[in-house]
Design a protein around this ligand. Structure first.
Ligand code: F6R
Length: 631
């Protein structure tokens, strides 16, 4: 889950790499490092802690050179120390690595037997030693990388240079994302296109098994012969099986500058900015699927329509926040279209022996499009020739590219580690998807379709109205801070949002939070209730309202404090709650589908303000990384 970047042929590689690292910091932020090559010299600087620590160190150094590599780390093997930070250097070789080498213990034992002394605890240093050994024999960086590819098992993206081959950078990808970009005679590699968006004009994602050698102003791409995306990543072993790809056949993607990206503007944190962008970015989620003139839902392509027509069961698989969006989709699809939905986390689903029929549909949700568990589910489904729909935020990500049908969150880049706008845009698309299924299966009347479209069109305004009252949440932070435990509760459509609320609090505030459906309360969690417990109750006026109010009475009579979140000016909820927050007035008939989307915002604001109040690092919470590209 680290971020890597490299460049060749740029005027100021130090600046390019540091700027790039800043955009990659979301992938890991416990230490970082940079190596700049100048003729037959390499200048390496590493620092423990946030990127600002590295920046401080390199500010005082003249690091001239047009070629370099850099890394931001999320520790997997070995503690957070300078020795373990990348780049790793052995002999003439310098390397940065994202991923995990599964057979590194075996390889390390063999190297130790040969008398090799290790300076770090990382699996990456094993690669550096192997490359150095191969380089000594082969005298060619490209040949050394080809050889190392044949012995490594696991998931890795590598950038390698040698002081003995000036202006040469070799990249190898097998698993984690790696993009190759260019502009005139400058070349760039990175885990994310954001990292080179200010310098490159076009890029393409490397495929598993690809090796690219950049030598001064030229590059060559070696791809596995008979390449088949369905093969497991360790199958293409023989180093002689690559062929040089004719560059005329490469499809380059234009680098687009993301309007939502790299500046916090006047906000204190990226997370707050991203929360406040939601009214604006929700328009981008809605408009591709709606004909505003005819007030009609637009349908997906004919092939997908055919599949939807036939399907009786939908599986939705995802991780973390995307998994909670999947849970919400289950409620939406089953109500709107009457199709049975099974939801699971990718980390469980990939090891289950779930029977799936050729007519079943599978939807994978991933903001990054690179989450290792979700990607592994996708690969195993493709082996079984099951059609896969993806919902991603990152276009051209691995999950987007490998799936058969793509939906997009269109939320713009999310920099804060805690997902906010991508979650809300996912809910919007999943809501639309459920009504598309209903329309395809002739379960949506024309009147309902028009009402649904009107509801969707009202969403940006309603989201804005929730945010207008954000101060009311901020003012409750002191009250929140009096509690040590948090139970998030809701029923039906509100239950997945409660789960997402508990996750946001855990990851940002570092206090224990759990979510329960109100109906489960008597089966155990009621024993937890006392005056130290805060119940955050989601009780909008929907079909579950009366039942939830009765449950809330039970909680109240056992002494817990209650933070009620519910519909506009609900006096009954206000009476039962210690503190409350009301959603805006909704006049649309589809309020059951709008409530969960709107209720997500107070959940985000609550975790945000509470975390900031406690002085935590809101954008980069401890131990986490945004893109989980290892299992
Ligand atoms: C929580 C969060 C994570 C991600 C999870 C899946 O705020 O961001 O729980 O949702 O790691 O990531 P994606 O959606 O990129 O597959």
């Amino acid at each position: 889950m680290c971020g890597i970047i490299g460049c060749v042929g740029v005027t100021n590689s130090k600046q390019v790499l540091l700027e790039g690292l800043k955009t990659l910091e979301y992938r890991g932020y416990d230490s970082s490092g940079i190596a700049i090559f100048n003729k037959d010299n390499v200048n390496i600087v590493k620092a423990v802690g946030k990127l600002s620590q590295l920046q401080k160190k390199v500010n005082n150094q003249e690091m001239l050179g047009s070629h370099g590599i850099a890394h931001t780390r999320w520790a997997t093997h070995g503690k957070v120390t300078e020795e373990n930070a990348h780049p790793h250097i052995v002999g003439s070789i310098s390397i940065v690595h994202n991923g995990i080498i599964e057979n590194y213990r075996k390889l390390k034992t063999e190297l130790l037997k040969d008398g090799v002394v290790f300076k770090s605890e990382t699996d990456t240093e094993v690669i550096a030693h192997l490359l150095n050994n191969y380089y000594e024999k082969e005298k060619s960086l490209l040949q050394a990388v080809k050889k190392v590819k044949s012995v490594l098992q696991g998931s890795f993206a590598l950038l390698v240079s040698s002081v003995k081959e000036p202006q040469t950078l070799v990249a190898l990808k097998s698993g984690p994302p790696l993009l190759f970009a260019r502009s005139n005679e400058s070349y760039f590699f990175s885990s994310d296109s954001l990292a080179f968006q200010n310098y490159a004009t076009e890029f393409f994602p490397l495929e598993d098994g690809d090796i690219i050698e950049v030598k001064k102003d030229k590059f060559s791409l070696l791809r596995d012969k008979n390449k088949n995306e369905n093969k497991s990543k360790n199958e293409n072993k023989n180093e002689n099986e690559n062929e040089i790809i004719d560059q005329k056949n490469l499809i380059w993607i234009k680098v687009s500058k993301d309007q939502y990206s790299l500046s916090k503007q006047s906000y204190k944190h990226f997370m707050l900015k991203e929360i406040f962008e939601q009214p604006q970015v929700s328009v981008q989620a809605i408009s591709p699927y709606i004909d505003q003139v005819k007030m009609e839902l637009l349908l997906p392509c004919k092939d997908l329509q055919q599949k939807i027509k036939k399907t009786k069961k939908i599986f939705i698989i995802a991780c973390g926040t995307s998994f909670y969006a999947a849970m919400e989709a289950k409620y939406y699809i089953e109500k709107a279209a009457g199709v049975s939905v099974e939801v699971d986390t990718a980390s469980e689903f990939r090891y289950r022996h779930t029977p799936i029929d050729q007519d079943d549909l599978v939807l994978l949700i991933s903001q990054s499009g690179e989450t290792a568990d979700t990607l592994s589910v996708l690969r195993s489904l493709k082996e079984k020739e099951i059609s896969v729909i993806s919902l991603c935020n990152t276009k051209s990500s691995s999950i987007d590219r490998l799936s058969d049908f793509s939906y997009y969150m269109n939320a713009g880049v999310e920099v804060a580690v805690a997902s906010t706008k991508a979650f809300v845009n996912s809910l919007i698309i999943l809501n639309i998807f459920s009504e598309q299924i209903a329309k395809i299966k002739n379960k949506l009347t024309t009147t309902d379709e028009k009402d649904f479209v009107a509801s969707m069109l009202s969403l940006p305004r309603l989201l804005g109205e929730v945010l207008d009252f954000s101060i009311a949440i901020k003012d409750k932070v002191e009250f929140l801070s009096k509690h040590k435990g948090f139970l998030f509760m809701g029923r039906g459509f509100s239950f997945p949002i409660s789960m997402e609320g508990a996750l946001k609090l855990k990851e940002l505030v570092y206090l224990h939070a759990e979510a329960y459906s109100f109906g489960e309360m008597k089966h155990g969690p009621l024993a937890l209730i006392d005056k130290n417990m805060l119940v955050i109750a989601l009780v909008p006026k929907d079909e579950f309202y009366e039942k939830s109010l009765s449950n809330l009475e039970e909680v109240r009579s056992r002494g817990a404090s209650i933070f009620g979140i519910g519909s506009y000016q609900d006096k009954e909820l206000a009476r039962l709650s210690t503190e409350h927050f009301f959603l805006p007035k909704i006049t649309e008939s589809f309020c059951w589908s709008l409530n969960p989307i709107l209720a997500s915002l107070p959940m985000q604001l609550l975790a945000y303000y509470f975390s900031d109040y406690l002085g935590h690092d809101v954008d980069q919470p401890r131990n986490l990384a945004k893109s989980v590209t290892v299992e």
